[in-house]
Design a protein around this ligand. Sequence first.
Ligand SMILES: Cc1cc2nc3c(=O)[nH]c(=O)nc-3n(C[C@H](O)[C@H](O)[C@H](O)COP(=O)(O)OP(=O)(O)OC[C@H]3O[C@@H](n4cnc5c(N)ncnc54)[C@H](O)[C@@H]3O)c2cc1C
Length: 618
Amino acid sequence: MPRYHAPLADIRFVLQDLLQVEQLAALPGYQDATPDLIFPVIAEGARLCEEVLFPLNQSGDAEGCRLENGRVTTPTGFPAAYRAYAGGGWTGLACAPEDGGMGLPELVYFVMEEMVSSANLAFGIYPGLSRGVYNALRRHGDEALKRRYLPRLADGSWAGTMCLTEPQAGTDLGLVRTRAEPDHQGGYAITGTKIFISAGDHDLTANIVHLVLARLPGAPAGSRGISLFLVPKILPADDADDPDGGPDGGPDGGLGAANRVTCGGLEHKMGIRGSSTCVLNFDRATGWLVGPPHKGLAAMFTMMNAARLAVALQGLGLAEVAYQNALAYARERLQGRALKGARSPGGPADPLLVHPDIRRMLLTMRAWNEGGRALAYWIGLHLDREARHPDPAIRQAAGELVALMIPVLKALLTDLGFEATNLALQVYGGHGYIRDNGMEHYVRDARITQLYEGTNGIQALDLVGRKLPQATGRLLRHFFHPLAAELEDLGHGPDPVLAALAAPLAKAFGRLQNATVTVAIRGAADPDEAAAVASDYLKLFGLVALGAMWLRMARVAQARLGAGAGAGAGAGAGEGDRFYRDKLDTARFFMAKLLPQTGALYAAVQAGGETVMAPALA
Ligand SMILES: Cc1cc2nc3c(=O)[nH]c(=O)nc-3n(C[C@H](O)[C@H](O)[C@H](O)COP(=O)(O)OP(=O)(O)OC[C@H]3O[C@@H](n4cnc5c(N)ncnc54)[C@H](O)[C@@H]3O)c2cc1C
């Protein structure tokens, strides 16, 4: 049986030591979000993840979802767990207080998203999508829709979905065929079939709010002719006799007749089997326009950007739980002897942990996970700055950094998440391949994160094709300039430990800068040149970004050690010294063993696209 303990010491280290989370309380609207509030909330969330969600992870995978008589049921225990989740206010964690939410920062939501994904990714998809619908509706919906739907999404009594994909329209949403015709009562009749819809139907909530991409009559072809509609599973009660509105409330939210949306089938999947993935048929279903006509894709991007960050945290969450189990197993499993003599001479063999190759795998996971956590939470902090900072220049800079880093985080943390779950399986040997230990489950679950919310190949194209050239490279400068200054500072500073860590990072950063120029110049002349190296470039970028986090974490750890053991926030009493030494050790491992991958990636970028595009593949 696998196990999971929320990594609260490391979470606290990142939030408090690295990011100075107390600065959030200075942002308007977040006055109450002090560390005194945030950390108990996180601890309570961790308890829910460990005690309620995690125990249902393996059974949910084994049982999966069922479709019977047109109704989808989730695995045993999911409805009760959802009631505990919604009842505890977790669906409204970062929703606005005026909608009944807790109004906590995005950064806190990030922490919860990671922990939920570690505990039970399949479960987390249901409230995760509702959160995305809440955000999109709050930003783009009209007042009547907001009044009716936002409080129900915030309190979790209703759930949400995003309905983009159709059989012929996957990555290319310009091919969407679902139609929307005015019903002359202020709404639209939506007709079409959507596939692969996560949480498309289930038994967790009384209503489901679908956000659906569809075309209005006479809409321009392609992605410029797509509009966004809200289509509920159950219509409001008042609509039957009062199409213009009426009572929104009532104990059940004013639920009326079933809308003409049916679940036509459940996908049989490799992983996340406790999450229902549905074919949804819309047969003149009633819906309402969200945002302006033909601007649906832009509105949907509000949801997709948040979802991409959430998926990055899914990759991290799975990598974390896989690492924890691999580490525990390596401590317990006895096989072979240490090469330089037995470490446990009294026992039949030494634990796996003594073997260099096992240590390599465990440290690789640790370096990716702790670096990835720092990177993701750092971006979470900037999301809050973008939303709340009183200075418009800071808001803009934060927003641009977030926009730049969304494709990097999504692709990097999900690729590494898949690799980490595979490494964890490898640490278990053959015992990882059989189902009982849960490792193959993490590998299967991690695989989807590289595919949905835009495949990782598409994230790489977004980075090189949209984010790099945007505003003549200004987005990039929000990452490059501070890093250059830090490297200058630490590389030539008085601390030899930090200088030794800064040197390889400076080299890798130089590669990234050169690669950026190469991609920009060659890509301007021939788009295939940029596209052919986009994935290599993104990984190079991601490794440098992880390196930047490791350097910052090492700087904090050095300072804490210098100030005396246990001086910082990142560890329990008496463990501070060890905690910060581990940080420095992992930083050294990352710079020496993982960052050099940037050399190979740089060479691949410089090699350009000719060897990709010239060979015949037909
Ligand atoms: C379990 C699961 C849950 C999902 N949940 C949802 C959901 O809730 N809502 C929803 O709307 N959709 C959902 N999806 C759909 C998912 O987002 C799509 O599968 C994904 O966007 C890719 O589309 P596709 O599968 O049609 O692949 P395709 O678009 O056919 O792509 C196939 C391959 O070609 C590449 N490719 C495609 N176009 C290009 C291009 N222009 N340049 C370079 N490479 C390209 C892709 O990267 C990919 O590797 C889900 C899918 C799964 C499997």
